[in-house]
Ligand binder design. Structure first.
Ligand code: SAM
Length: 281
């Protein structure tokens, strides 16, 4: 193929190197230049594909300034492909400013379909996919994370998040406290050897993940069920009993006893108890 003077958006594999389309390879081989987030990292893929085009670094810290250089190149007749370290550029990755400037300047942007961790995870999660919301990475600081989740508490669509292995336990703990004991699906190491897709209520997922440290290794997509009308409020009598029992017993035991007395779900009571403990701190 001959590449036309434009910006091609080219998704690359999220783990398995075979997950690249024939068209993506054709475009990478045909363009004059490849803008890459990390040229050393992408160099390995390009070498594997026998792509020889020169690379130019485009990352979060230089994107605004590099964008105008790249647009000039296209306006002079060159073709440029934008790739990121993995998956689809612009999806929790650099590229937004470049694409916005291209479109504002009337420079053609040609998107190629391809790998994206969020969509790959969602397609196998077993949560509703007719409506979903992509939230990317939650803020790293606890207060920011809580505020963001609080703003999502009434969201009825399936929520999709990216998370690093270092923060996954903290994030799930905050989710349990703020959203209650919703169903969560974790998709870890997609397309790689240790790919694991697991579905549990948040409280049980926290226990399951902490049972084996291998379960928190690697990259994660987290998908949380949206709020449904059937998520009942806990009766005031039950929460009063839980508060009393909690003074004498560990929360897990207190929640289990309260659940038995009132015929309620112990996970919901446990989540409520955790929230109380946190607000008392
Ligand atoms: N642009 C990428 C995409 O299209 O999915 C996402 C880039 S973002 C910087 C990296 C995050 O994506 C990781 O922290 C993780 O949350 C998610 N991710 C990427 N590859 C993954 C994989 N193989 N399995 C699970 N999650 C993955």
């Amino acid at each position: 193929m001959t590449a036309s003077p434009c910006l091609y958006i080219v998704p690359t594999p999220i783990g398995n190197l075979s997950d690249i389309t024939l068209r993506a390879i054709e475009v990478l081989k045909a363009v004059d230049c490849i803008a890459a987030e990390d040229t050393r990292h992408s160099g390995i893929l390009l070498q594997h594909l026998d792509v020889k085009a020169p690379m130019i670094a485009l990352h979060d810290h230089n994107e605004q300034q590099r964008a105008s250089v790249l647009i000039e190149k296209i306006q002079q007749g060159q073709s440029i492909a934008l790739i990121s370290d993995a998956g689809t550029p612009l999806i929790s990755d650099p590229g937004y400013h470049l694409v916005k400037l291209c479109r504002d300047a009337g420079v053609k942007v040609v998107p190629l379909p391809g790998p994206c961790a969020a969509i790959t995870a969602l397609s196998a999660a077993g949560l509703p996919t007719d409506r979903f919301v992509f939230e990317g990475f939650l803020p790293a600081k606890e207060k920011g994370k809580e505020d963001r989740l609080q703003a999502l508490a009434e969201e009825s669509r399936t929520m999709v998040f990216y998370e690093s292995p270092r923060r996954v336990i903290d994030t799930l703990t905050t989710m349990l406290q703020v959203l209650g004991d919703r169903q969560i699906v974790t998709a870890r190491e997609l397309t790689k050897t240790f790919e694991t897709i697991h579905s549990l209520p948040l409280s049980e997922m926290l226990v399951w993940l902490q049972e084996d440290e291998n379960r928190t290794r690697g990259e994660f997509v987290l998908m949380v069920a949206g709020k449904t009308d059937t998520q009942e409020e806990l009766p005031a009598e039950a929460t009063r009993t839980l508060l009393l029992l909690q003074k004498e017993l560990p929360l897990k035991k207190a929640a289990a006893l309260t659940a038995e007395i009132y015929g309620l779900k112990k996970n919901a009571l446990y989540a409520w108890g955790l929230e109380q403990q946190k607000s008392e701190r």
